[in-house]
Design a protein around this ligand. Structure first.
Ligand code: NAG
Ligand code: NAG
Ligand code: NAG
Ligand code: NAG
Ligand code: NAG
Ligand code: NAG
Ligand code: NAG
Ligand code: NAG
Ligand code: NAG
Length: 334
């Protein structure tokens, strides 16, 4: 019963957020594509079925049973295969070596296990450009391997946010990591093999995604999409960069590129102001905006990538208004 409710909830989510029937992963159609399906629990696998969903029907593609050879349906023999992988991970990813337009659609990978029962992942294959192009990043977040990384997404105050979804966006694939309906507090269990944690709190006006013990493979684009019941929506994309540990890039750059030049501008202005103040000692000393500058270096959480863009403008404006002569300085670019 609870499972059915959850299914219905997910169905709703995807209808609203994805305008399609529900899926856990979207994959870009290509001649040689792999539909990833990894069951990362240790129960005993009894059988795995791959099928294509056609309306309400499921058309079987392949069946794997540990005590039998893999069975692939005749229509698919010339275009799909399984790559043999470690048994423990239960990796039943389906590889296409000759996919064409007719292979777009939704696929189901259904594990029957003991003692947990069934586990299903739905994968939608679409004809699309690189998914990354559609997701320009709003900010960068740097972290070292082994750190627990927290991505945060400031929610709108202008309209009542009803649902929040976190996705990992790769050029060829989009995976849903977390979904939250703020009024229902329904939990969606991600089928992505990398386990993450997200909270679902209306009060904090911020949604977080926690990636425990980050590793190099976690680098990439993370998208936070929030939506009101009225259809208003907002998307924030954060690029997570896991450094090799040897580099000194500890601090956070809230906005790609822009913040580097911002730091430069601040540095130059601070130096100039110190020089200026020394020369005109009698004048009242102007306090520097140190706390803000420090915060951007020390904070371990990425601030909402939308606000720093504004704060850069604010800061620039403040500075240029206070010291109009410096505005002739060429803005350093990095
Ligand atoms: C979220 O929960 C509310 C309250 O139960 C419900 O009315 C709404 O339809 C849900 N939204 C989705 C997309 O499931
Ligand atoms: C899984 O199968 C193995 C060997 O058949 C058995 O020893 C083990 O107890 C089984 N595990 C579970 C959780 O049933
Ligand atoms: C999908 O279903 C439609 C009718 O519902 C049918 O005409 C079509 O042949 C089916 N496709 C496959 C691949 O089974
Ligand atoms: C690829 O599929 C097409 C039809 O979809 C078929 O004619 C062709 O022989 C296939 N090629 C290979 C290498 O299997
Ligand atoms: C599962 O197998 C596919 C193809 O065989 C491979 O690309 C993928 O990296 C594997 N995933 C894991 C977690 O082993
Ligand atoms: C992997 O290889 C082993 C031994 O070669 C075989 O028994 C097993 O069925 C293979 N698994 C898949 C998914 O092909
Ligand atoms: C990451 O989180 C886990 C569980 O909350 C905790 O045990 C661990 O110490 C944390 N690791 C770091 C590097 O903060
Ligand atoms: C969600 O995370 C934010 C930021 O860490 C925190 O302020 C808030 O209390 C959390 N809410 C819940 C319900 O855990
Ligand atoms: C999100 O909002 C934009 C306008 O800001 C609108 O064009 C778009 O259709 C909305 N998307 C959804 C899924 O409602």
């Amino acid at each position: 019963m609870a499972y059915l409710t959850l299914l219905l909830a997910i169905l709703h989510v995807h209808k609203a957020l994805c305008e399609e029937t529900f899926w856990d992963t979207a994959v870009q159609l290509s001649e040689t594509m792999t539909l990833e399906c990894v069951y990362s629990f240790t129960d005993n696998l009894t059988q795995v079925e791959w099928s294509k969903i056609n309306g309400t029907e499921k058309v079987t593609i392949a069946i794997y049973n540990p005590s039998h050879p893999v069975l692939i349906q005749r229509n698919y023999r010339h275009k799909v295969h399984f790559l043999n992988s470690t048994e423990g991970l239960h990796n039943m990813s389906l590889s296409f070596h000759n996919a064409s337009e007719e292979d777009t659609g939704t696929y189901s990978c259904l594990f029957h296990t003991f003692p947990h029962g069934s586990w299903e992942k739905k994968i939608k294959v679409v004809q699309s450009d690189s998914f990354e192009i559609a997701a320009p990043s709003n900010g960068n977040l740097y972290a070292e391997p082994g750190q627990n990384v927290t991505l945060s997404c400031q929610l709108q105050r202008k309209w009542p946010v009803q649902q929040v979804m976190w996705e990992k966006v790769q050029p060829h694939q989009v995976d849903i990591l977390a979904y939250c309906n703020l009024s229902q507090k329904t939990r969606y269990t991600s089928r992505y093999q990398r386990k993450t944690w997200s909270n679902c709190s209306k009060e904090s006006m911020q949604s977080v995604l926690i990636i425990p013990s980050a590793m190099a493979a976690d680098s990439g684009l993370y998208r936070c999409r929030s939506e009101a019941s009225s259809g208003e929506n907002e998307t924030i994309v954060i690029r997570l960069i896991i450094t090799d540990g040897a580099s000194n890039n500890h601090f956070i750059l809230p906005v790609a590129g822009g913040s580097v030049s911002l730091l430069f501008v601040i540095l130059i202005i601070v130096i100039t102001i110190m020089f200026y103040n020394r020369r005109r000692r009698r004048q009242v000393r102007t306090p520097l905006k140190e706390p803000r500058d420090k915060q951007s270096k020390v904070a371990t959480n990425c601030r909402s990538p939308t606000s720093p863009i504004q704060s850069i403008d604010d800061e620039k404006e403040d500075i240029y208004v206070n010291y109009p002569t410096f505005s002739q300085r060429p803005k350093p670019r990095v």
